[in-house]
Design a protein around this ligand. Sequence first.
Ligand code: NDP
Length: 246
Amino acid sequence: MKLEDKVVVITGASSGIGEETALALAREGAKLVLAARREDRLRALAEKIKASGGEAVVFAADLRDASLAEACIEKAVEAFGRIDILVNNAGAMLLSPIDRAEPSDWQSMIEINLLSLMYTSRAALIKMREQGSGHIVNISSVAGRSAGPTAGGYNASKWGVNGFSEALRREAHQDGIRVTVIEPGVVATELTRHIPDEETRTSYEARVGEMEPLESEDIAAAILYAVTQPRRVNVNEILIRPLDQG
Ligand code: NDP
């Protein structure tokens, strides 16, 4: 198994990409800290992993809170003695045209997509430096590379992720710490269900209905690839779109 005894924290593990990534990494022997707000779903996932012979603990919290985001990293050290890989995946996509956007939705996206990722990265970096190794995987988006209508707030958060990740990569590499940015296109998950602006949600769903979107397991496979390369290989960025997405 390629990740035997590696300790991995996954944020946003209660559904979609995070859940599939947890299962994929557990199959390779990783010990997991599963973080998100929906404790029942995290517990069910942990049980599933344990039933297959793996190890997983749950950290149920709203990671927009800086102290809880840091505690999530502490949980790994407390449960398993170290942290080898952090997958910053928790996120929200509250699309709407700029003039109809609720400032509270912008705030929420900046807080969960960007700030919480910065808090967990900082806490993990400190631990990984002590260990002399580690890998931080940040889930950005195609929306972190190109911007467009209805995605202003989401674009701002994901461009922020890319900027922060590049700075982090350049600071961390001399300490043996790798940083990878994953930029998915459309993935079939519950992310779209939370789009608050009805017109935007309807037209987004219609666009998705015309294509075969990616599945969460496709992104999990990309993450698994990045974290199982030899130490000399630092996969900086993976951009992955459905074939049908222009
Ligand atoms: P999901 O909605 O299935 O997953 C989002 C996850 O984030 C859930 O586990 C959710 O758990 C968690 N989360 C949201 N808010 C918080 C919070 N405040 N505190 C803790 N956890 C939180 O969608 P995806 O799997 O699609 O999304 C995962 C990542 O992939 C996101 O960063 C998203 O931006 C990115 N992405 C997704 C794409 C897609 O098309 N689906 C495309 C490009 C990028 P809970 O509600 O239990 O807290």
